[in-house]
Design a protein around this ligand. Structure first.
Ligand code: CA
Length: 236
């Protein structure tokens, strides 16, 4: 029995980067399609329906976020943005337009493959897990609406969260492993019209870290993505 290889469309103008990605993908059994421009990326995405799109934002003919916008008109295929550091504004734009996650250049092949696996898993698993563990420290059960904290060898004690704290945490759990922009979290948790209430997010994130992290000032699970948003990581 042969497994059908997942197809990744790489939209990237730098030939060297495409070669690097090709070696990483093919050594892990993926097939790769290449597009050096935004317009070619849009065309190939439509023609070949890839399983995942890896998208550079600095393309010669257009900002890469246009590719996200066009693909989202008809498809929920995972889109992983790759971009240089210091390009936060266009990353946020691409994420708000529906890209699933981003990677900052330069990155290693292990990091690339880990992000691709998370993006593919989040799309293929129809039933999101209702129980998520953060290392050995925390267990979150979305169905029972409970959060249990383990300290040392104790069996675990239930943590009391306010409804808003729980809603914020649940939103991060449902998107575990991938970044959520400030805008997305504010809209999801507080509702439309609150997209600019950054202070809400900061306050609640601080509260959650104090309740769930061993060292709230150096979080292991509730990570800040500077200038972009937050990411829930399950392994410290
Ligand atoms: Ca580029």
């Amino acid at each position: 029995m042969t497994e059908i290889a997942a197809v990744v469309l790489v939209v990237e103008d730098e030939a060297q980067m495409r070669t690097f990605v090709r070696i990483a993908l093919e050594s892990h059994g993926f097939q790769m399609l290449e597009a050096p421009t935004a317009s070619e990326g849009i065309r190939q995405a439509r023609t070949y329906s890839p399983d995942l799109v890896l998208l550079d934002l600095g393309l010669p003919d257009a900002d890469g976020s246009i590719v996200t916008r066009r693909i989202r008109e008809y498809s929920r295929v995972p889109i992983l943005v790759i971009s240089a550091r210091g390009n936060e504004e266009s990353k946020v734009k691409a994420l708000d337009e529906g890209a699933n996650d981003y990677l900052t250049k330069p990155f290693g092949s292990a990091e690339l493959m880990a992000r691709i696996r998370v993006a593919l898993r989040n799309v293929t698993s129809r039933d999101a897990p209702s129980v998520v563990r953060l290392g050995d420290d925390v267990e979150i059960d979305l169905v029972r609406r409970s959060v249990t904290l383990r300290t040392g060898t104790s069996a675990g004690e239930e943590v009391h969260l306010t409804p808003m704290e729980f809603k914020l945490l649940a939103t991060l759990v449902r998107n575990v492993g991938t970044v959520q922009t400030h805008h997305q979290l504010l809209e999801e948790v507080w509702g439309p019209g609150h997209e600019n209430q950054m202070q809400y997010l900061r306050v609640y994130m601080t509260q959650l870290r104090h309740k769930l992290e061993r060292e709230p000032a150096r979080p292991r699970y509730l990570l800040t993505e500077t200038g972009i948003g937050y990411r829930l990581r399950t392994e410290a």
